[in-house]
Design a protein around this ligand. Sequence first.
Ligand code: XMP
Length: 303
Amino acid sequence: MDVQKFVENAIKEIREKVKDGKAIIALSGGVDSSVCTVLAYKAIGDRLIPVFVDTGLMREGEPERIKEIFGNMGLVFIDAKDEFFKALKGVTDPEEKRKVIGELFVRIFERVAEEHNAEYLIQGTIYPDIIESQGGIKSHHNVGGFPTKYKFKDVIEPLRELYKDEVREVARYLGLPEEISERMPFPGPGLAVRIVGEVTPEKVEIVRKANKIVEEELADYEKWQCFAALIGRATGVKGDVRVWGYIISVRAVESRDGMTADPIRIDYEKLRRIALRITGEIDKVSRVVYDVTPKPPATIEYE
Ligand code: XMP
């Protein structure tokens, strides 16, 4: 890929589509949407309105950090935690979960767009998102989970032909900080797809804490992604009392593009340390497992 050419073309495309109008961009802080934000900013300047939606499903400290990094670009910050938890109440089917989240995201973006008179939506959808959605493998909240009816004149996806490693190349070329260009992928629907079954504020809190421990412990390991998921409940004994706690699954994989993946080899002492930290630091967790399944047949995320 010729990065310079890609950047020139992407800027040109955004300019031609938005003309003298305004666009909003769904910014999550991940490498895809951050790259899109910078490209769009270069294309249309302050006619771009970056919107960050705090779904309540982000990782520890993430919303605060995004405010710090993008605050000076006129970032609109929406606290939608209650709305998301309400919409997810009672939803247990994985695809329905993605659809509920996709739908709510778009309705929020429409609201913000109306307030700012923006007619266009820019999204950081990349090539594997499109393939996996078309193949019926899953609904990405920014593709398959995206409602077919929306109020935008057009949805612009400048990265739709790129793989993740190419997006990272563009990020480096644009001078984005390493914290962003090398950031682990994080799914649009957030921690919701790392909770098997119904999403509740309590489960999100637990999986968020466990995730932080996993990221800390595996910081020095070569990987595509590592995280914690809450996959069910099991009995345990904590402080001499029999409990029915939660099960946390640790997932750490290597991959080129997320379409196939292999669990990384973690030494036993490290795994044991992770299990003891998670069960020791999080009250309601009584069991920790390490997922050794490749993709396929498993997916990377859990829903
Ligand atoms: P799966 O779970 O399908 O994930 O094996 C493959 C890669 O895609 C990420 N992922 C998503 N990214 N929106 C995104 O932007 C989504 O809805 C989504 N679902 C999964 C996942 O983290 C992994 O890197």
